[in-house]
Design a protein around this ligand. Sequence first.
Ligand SMILES: Cc1cc2nc3c(=O)[nH]c(=O)nc-3n(C[C@H](O)[C@H](O)[C@H](O)COP(=O)(O)OP(=O)(O)OC[C@H]3O[C@@H](n4cnc5c(N)ncnc54)[C@H](O)[C@@H]3O)c2cc1C
Ligand code: SF4
Ligand code: SF4
Length: 409
Amino acid sequence: MTRHVPSPALARVERGQLCTGCGLCAAIAPAAITMSMVDPGYLRPQQSAALTAAQDAEIAVACPGLVIDESDQPPAPFVDPLWGPVHYVGTGHANDAALRHQASSGGVISALLMHALSTGLVDYVVQTGADPDLPTGNQTRVSTSDGDILAAAGSRYTASAPLAGLEDWLARPGRFAFVGKPCDVSALRARARHDPRINARVPVVLAFFCAGIPSTAGTRRILDRLGVDPDDVTAFRYRGDGWPGFAKATLKDGSIRQMSYADSWGDILSKEVQFRCKICPDATGNVADVACADAWEGNERGYPSFEEQAGRSLVIARTTAGAALLATAEVAGRIFIQPLETAAIAAMQPAQARRKKQILSRLAALMVTGRPWPRYRGLRLWAAAARDNPVAQARSFAGLVRRLVQGRA
Ligand SMILES: Cc1cc2nc3c(=O)[nH]c(=O)nc-3n(C[C@H](O)[C@H](O)[C@H](O)COP(=O)(O)OP(=O)(O)OC[C@H]3O[C@@H](n4cnc5c(N)ncnc54)[C@H](O)[C@@H]3O)c2cc1C
Ligand code: SF4
Ligand code: SF4
C-alpha cells in the first residue's frame, strides 16, 4: 500500500466531521483526492497521494468545512441577520405551467436558468440531476437546453459534489451558470478569491435554502417502507411533480410507489442529515446571486403546511446581478414574482430561522467538548442569536454537548 502524508486540512475536517461533501478539494488536487461514497451514505474526499503544501493551503482557505467567510460580500441595500443580504425579496413561480409543476417549488431556479441561456448570458448550466446509472443518486451535469434544465428540475435529497468537476467545467469554452447548495456556493466564491477564471466565467450563481444532505441510508429507508427492492427502481424523484410533490419510485414493470413529503422528509430524511449541516451558518445561500426556497404557508400552529398545491417559490436577489436577472426574466415573461416583506420570511421558513439563531450556541458546544470547529466570518451570528430567547439557546447548547459526549452527534 502506498503511504502518503495526510493533508492537515482534510484531517481537521475529518476529525470534526465537518465535510459538506462539496467536492472542491478534489478539484484542487485531482491527482490525490477523489470523492467516494462512505457509510452511511455521504460523499467524502479520499486521499490517495501526498498533496503539495500549496494545494493544502488552497483547501484550507476555501473548504466550507473549515471556513465560511462572507465578510467581503458586495454591499446590499439591506442585510438581515437571519436572511442575509437583500436586494429584492418576493414570492412567485415560473410562468411555464409544466415547469412549475415539475420543479421543486415554483420552478423559479429552472426558469432563471432557461432565461440566462436564451439571452446568451451563459452558454451552459452546471447543475445536479438524477444519476442515469443509479436512479436514487445524483450526477453533476452540463445542461445546454430548456429540455435539459427541465429534466434536472426538482430537489434531490441525497449527496451531490458539484465542485468536484470544477476544472472540467472551466475547461469548456464559454460562460456558465452554477446551481448548488449554499455550502457549494460559498466554496465556489471562496475559490474565486484565488482563481480569477471563476468570476470571469460564472456570471450566474444560484442556490436554494438547504436543511441538509441526508445519507443514502435515508433513501434506502424510504424504499424499504415502500416495499421496493432498490434493484427494481428505474427512476426516482425526491419531490417535485407537484408542490411539494411525492418521493416517487418508478419500477421496472412501470408501476409507481410513492410517499408524501411530510413522511419522506419529515419522518425519514431529516433524521439522516450529516453533522456539518447542524452547524451550518449559511443555509440560505447568502453569497449566491439569487437564492430560492419554498414559500410555505404556515398552518394555525405556525408549522408549514405540506398540502399539495400549485408551486410557489420564495425568491431573494442577493446581488445587483441577481436583481437584474430576476427583473429581466420577469419582463421576458419567464417568471411571475411579487414583493414580500423580509420580516415575512420567518413564517415561511421557521426551521431556518431557528437554526440561524442557534449556530453560536452550537459552536460553543463544539468548543467546550474540544472538537474542531469551522471559522465563520461576516455571518452576523451574534445578531441572530440575540433574536432567540436565552432558554432556547441554553437548550441548544446543552443538547449538542450531551449528544457529542454520548457520541450521538
Ligand atoms: C438537500 C436539499 C435541502 C433543501 N432544504 C430546503 C429548506 O430547508 N427550505 C427550503 O425552502 N428549500 C429547501 N430545499 C430547496 C427546495 O426544495 C427547492 O429546491 C427550492 O425552493 C427551489 O425550488 P425551484 O422550484 O425554484 O427549483 P427547481 O426549478 O426545481 O430547481 C432545483 C435546482 O436544484 C438543483 N438541485 C437539486 N438537488 C440538488 C442537490 N442535491 N445538490 C445540488 N443541486 C441540486 C437542480 O439541479 C435544479 O437546478 C432543499 C433542497 C435540497 C436539494
Ligand atoms: S467540505 Fe468540500 S472541500 Fe472540504 S473536505 Fe469536504 S468535499 Fe473537500
Ligand atoms: S445545510 Fe449547509 S452544510 Fe449542509 S448541505 Fe446544506 S448548505 Fe451544505
